[in-house]
Design a protein around this ligand. Structure first.
Ligand code: ADP
Ligand code: MG
Length: 296
């Protein structure tokens, strides 16, 4: 053995001296991202977990709003027929163009369906229950897995980030989201069965990568609804980090009643309670994501 590892040893020793973050690794601070001179082409991120109630929609809204506060132009895609994302931002879903129409007529200019939210720089294409018919319609399409990708390509130049809020399933809509995406962000609720089903999700991501979209990568796993005050909460997070040491974001989202409150208010937490811990966490997630994934 040569003695080339001195620097590494020093770094490791230094790290041990730093305070630990909630994931049990040395706490990391991510810098405020540099200002952009222009916009686009967008990075597309699908928020995906076939389990419901894990924080996909909450993360789409609040990560999107946080990215917008850092000067990024952000487009949110509601890709769940329940329309929770649209409801969370109190946008119109009846008598307006939705993502469903764009899927059926992908030659239409997506601009007809884009709505501005009350957050500057944050736009959305809404969905409503019509989207539940999309899978049936798409089955007979040529290249049916790439329908959403064709739609998003037409708006990519106007945005820096596009976030797709997936429905809780691994069906054709979600496969469309994965085929259109550069990265997948997987929110995991910190509870006892958190890891159940994750293997299937990762297999699906790998299959889409191999067969449909070779630019797809795992953008990261986000621990949500974490309760650091209980031993159970800490143990669950420990297990998640053990299973995915490289992929788990340093940023962890705590469980707090402020999130259901903001849902009711129809506003992101970053504007509803901008100095709250939850708002700070989503701003940290935005910085971490941009640091991991610098602008092209
Ligand atoms: P999904 O989109 O995965 O189904 P949601 O984002 O809709 O999950 O979250 C499910 C419910 O949990 C919502 O009522 C939401 O307000 C609430 N929630 C989300 N994140 C948190 C959190 N960190 N702490 C407490 N409640 C949360
Ligand atoms: Mg949802």
């Amino acid at each position: 053995m040569t003695n080339t590892s001195t620097l590494e040893d020093t770094l490791i020793t230094t790290e041990v001296d730093l305070p630990l973050g909630p994931t049990g690794r040395p706490r990391r601070e991510f810098p405020v991202p540099p200002e952009l001179r222009g916009h686009g082409p967008a990075r597309v991120i699908a928020l995906c977990n076939q389990k419901g109630g894990v924080g996909k929609t909450t993360t789409t809204v609040n990560l999107g709003a946080a990215l917008a506060t850092y000067g990024r132009r952000v487009l949110l895609i509601d890709f769940d027929p329940q329309g929770a994302l649209s409801a969370n931002l109190k946008v119109e879903t009846d008598d307006v163009s939705t993502i469903y129409e764009l899927l059926l007529g992908s030659e239409r200019d997506p601009q007809v369906a884009i709505q501005q939210t009350q957050i500057p720089g944050l736009d959305i294409i809404p969905a409503n229950i019509d989207l539940s018919a999309a899978e049936v319609h798409l089955v007979n399409e040529v290249a049916r897995e790439h329908t959403l990708a064709r739609v998003l390509r037409r708006v990519s130049d106007r945005y820096d980030v596009i976030l797709i809020d997936c429905q809780p399933s691994l069906g054709l809509l979600t496969v469309n989201a994965l085929s259109a995406a550069d990265g997948v962000l997987v929110p995991l609720e910190c509870e006892y069965f958190a890891l159940r089903g994750v293997a299937l999700l990762l297999q699906t991501i790998e299959k889409v990568h191999d067969r449909l979209n070779d630019k797809l990568e795992l953008a990261g796993i986000l621990a949500t609804m974490h309760d650091g005050r209980t031993l159970h909460g800490r143990q669950v997070l420990e297990r998640v980090v053990e299973a995915f040491p490289e992929q788990v974001f340093h940023t962890v989202i705590s469980r707090t009643v402020r999130f259901p409150e903001t849902t009711a208010a129809g506003e992101p937490i970053t504007s509803y309670a901008s100095s709250s811990v939850g708002a700070g966490a989503y701003r940290a997630l935005a910085r971490e994501l941009l640091a991991r994934w610098p602008a092209r």
